[in-house]
Write a protein that binds this ligand. Structure first.
Ligand code: HEC
Ligand code: HEC
Length: 252
């Protein structure tokens, strides 16, 4: 039936989200600072102390209420929950070439739709995730014919990327398998942010830096989740959060 067509469902969902935003319109229209915050570029906000402090207070309240439980009150994260204020992005932002607006748009996408968000109706899901959510899978190579020996060699290869002293024969043996990883982690292992593959060459580890912890990731895969906030938070709050995170990550 046409009414159950997945594209139509996605469209209906988008219209619903837009309606929620439009209905919150009077709240921010009455407050000129809220309206300026929605329209201003990150640079304009930073240059206006009144607007900046208004934005910071909105962001800090939203963080305490919604994000601190996972990312920590100062957003530095821990374990599998990433630090949001260190300019080491998993999703969307790659290097320092992007403009502030482009970077803030990427952060907003992550906040609006989440990472591997599955909290929506089955019929609108694509590849198991909700529409527009950041999605990719760290495969479970233990289910793809990689035996213990192969996985152990790959652990050494991964450790060699961050300069660890490992068995060179294991690294050599695993180098033939590395091409399957580059789609998400890039050829040099620094990560490919459109697919959320973390940088394997730095000393930041979501799931632990020890051999057995890395082995477990390679054998069993991972599917980290950040909730979607499009239906929980209004447009002003989403914008405030994204610019706040961008500012902190840049040390402003
Ligand atoms: C239930 C725990 C949880 C909550 C609550 C949560 N997050 Fe997350 N968040 C995560 C996890 C886990 C990841 C990493 C997902 C992955 O594996 O890529 C993440 C990733 C992110 C990223 C991507 C970071 C990057 O390097 O690209 C952003 C941005 C983010 N969260 C913002 C927020 C904001 C803003 C809030 C509050 C409104 C929030 N999160 C609430 C768990 C959470
Ligand atoms: C289709 C994309 C994809 C491919 C292919 C892939 N990975 Fe990943 N990898 C990811 C993602 C996404 C994560 C983060 C998972 C999460 O946050 O839930 C990850 C995480 C990891 C981690 C953990 C990093 C940390 O910070 O703890 C290691 C190690 C890793 N991958 C190694 C590999 C190796 C080695 C290969 C090839 C044999 C590989 N990956 C292939 C997407 C991929």
């Amino acid at each position: 039936m046409i009414l159950q067509h997945p594209m139509l469902m996605i469209l209906l969902r988008k219209i619903l989200v837009m309606m929620v935003w439009v209905f919150t319109f009077p709240a921010w229209a009455q407050n000129p600072l809220a309206e300026s915050l929605l329209n201003a570029s990150p640079e304009t906000i930073r240059a206006n102390p009144e607007l900046l402090s208004y934005m910071n207070s909105i962001a800090e309240t939203a963080i305490t209420e919604n994000c601190a439980s996972c990312h920590g009150a100062d957003l530095t994260g821990s374990g599998a929950v990433p630090n949001l204020v260190d300019y080491e992005w998993i999703w969307g932002i790659d290097g320092f070439e992007m403009t502030a607006v482009e970077s803030v748009m990427e952060i907003m996408q992550t906040i609006l739709y989440g990472v591997r968000n599955t909290d929506c109706a089955e019929e609108i899901k694509m590849f198991g995730g909700c529409p527009d959510t950041r999605y990719s899978e760290m495969p479970a190579y233990g289910n793809q014919g990689y035996d213990e020996n192969k996985l152990n060699n790959m652990v050494d290869y991964v450790l060699s990327l961050s300069g660890e002293d490992v068995n060179p024969f294991a690294v050599e043996a695993a180098s033939g398998d590395w091409p399957v990883c580059v789609e998400c982690h890039d050829v040099d292992g620094t990560g490919y942010t459109p697919f959320g593959g973390p940088d394997l060459t730095d000393d930041i580890w979501l799931f632990g830096s020890s051999g057995p912890e890395i082995y477990d990731v390679l054998a069993n895969g991972r599917m980290g989740v950040c909730p979607a906030w499009a239906e929980e938070l209004d447009a002003t709050t989403i914008k405030a959060l994204a610019v706040y995170i961008y500012n902190k990550a840049n040390g402003y």
